[in-house]
Design a protein around this ligand. Sequence first.
Ligand code: EPZ
Length: 425
Amino acid sequence: MEKLVIEGGVPLRGELKISGAKNAALPLIAATLLAPGTHVLHNVPNLRDTRTFLKLMEELGCSYDYTGTTLNVDTTTINHSEASYDLVKTMRASVLVLGPLLARTGAAKVSLPGGCAIGARPIDFHIKGFEQLGAVCTLESGYVTAAISDGLVGNTVYFDIPSVTATENLLMAAALAKGDTVIKNAAREPEIGNLIDMLISMGAEIDGRDSDTITVHGVKQLYAAENRIIPDRIETGTYLIAVGATGGEATITDCCPSHLPALLEKLRKAGFTLSEDESSLHISSPRSTEGRLLIQNTDITTRPYPGYPTDLQAQFMALMTLSGGASIIHETIFENRFMHVAELCRLGADIKTDGKSAFVTGKGEAGLVGAPVMATDLRASSSLVIAGLAASGKTVISRIYHLERGYENLVEKLTGLGARIWKER
Ligand code: EPZ
């Protein structure tokens, strides 16, 4: 199985271009199911998850052409409405076909995703939402089946927690429902804004973009359209932190700085200098007069957007292992998102956890030493890459298939910034 090898200790320098957002591409591809015809999506990242989602679309009867980062999806024919366990177990986001299939065909059957490394991650909010729009949902043999005989009917839906994919699923289902649907305590992540823009371009009527109360005025029909995937804010944050952890200086282009308010505030607090314009960010690292890297210990608490993203928690933890003092990291979104801690400690980090809190004692610039480590989930693996880049000596990361699910051309992009990183069998 492929491994990633890193010779650390090189300050990253130069320019790096960001790809389209995984967590926008998946719901926008799902949304094409709402209207027959050929849809065009630009800036679609070529990731393992994108390819898995397209395989699912094919299983439903669609066809597609994916050239470069432009995707044409033909959803004229849907002759199957089931997402199988074999697919869903590799990618939970498959659950995003439930809403559009239910709205378009009146029936959908999707394998329950089950838990993953970072938590139980139930889909009860999705199911409750569909039931409030009149669907009959049954759970049997590990599958959820949702059906509606005479079309969905708008209603008010309240989420206990502002769930990202539950908001997306209900938005798509409600777009073709009779009457109005009001989603209360909705998620506000930028990826949801991207989906709302696409649905409106297809003919949907939606108010409340970027707010926690969204109103969908159901329409009879939607039409194929052309749209663009927003830049990946989590990829942007990952590379910003990688540059900082190595004490480097770089410009990140084709990104959207305004989608990262919490991270930029925390990086500035940690001593980094950041300048930005609409689509690029420049970062330089804090150094003493003698040239020593001086990262300030900084606490974070993960929150729904616009709070600090949970998908950048592990990466920031890696950075804090190199700070000059103690920092506390609270993870409030997922109950088991510290799988990277033990692996970072193998690289010499000093981290203690207690439930959903981690206490990081920074060891300064020379705090980490290369070692063999194992990836456990997508974002945990990127924190190991960051730590390996900052560590002295060689780090070998196994199970890198996790990384390929969410980072396009990671080795090429980091090599472009001067990193000594390569894949090995
Ligand atoms: C999305 O997952 C992202 N995935 C995740 O990114 C991200 O970590 C997460 O949002 C939070 O920002 C995609 O967009 C494909 P949630 P999602 O529903 O929608 C609980 C990555 O690394 N909950 O917002 O599945 C849930 O257990 C991935 O790219 C319920 O209890 O997350 C969690 O504690 C990882 N019942 C909380 O809500 C439900 O029905 C927030 O989860 C739904 C959610």
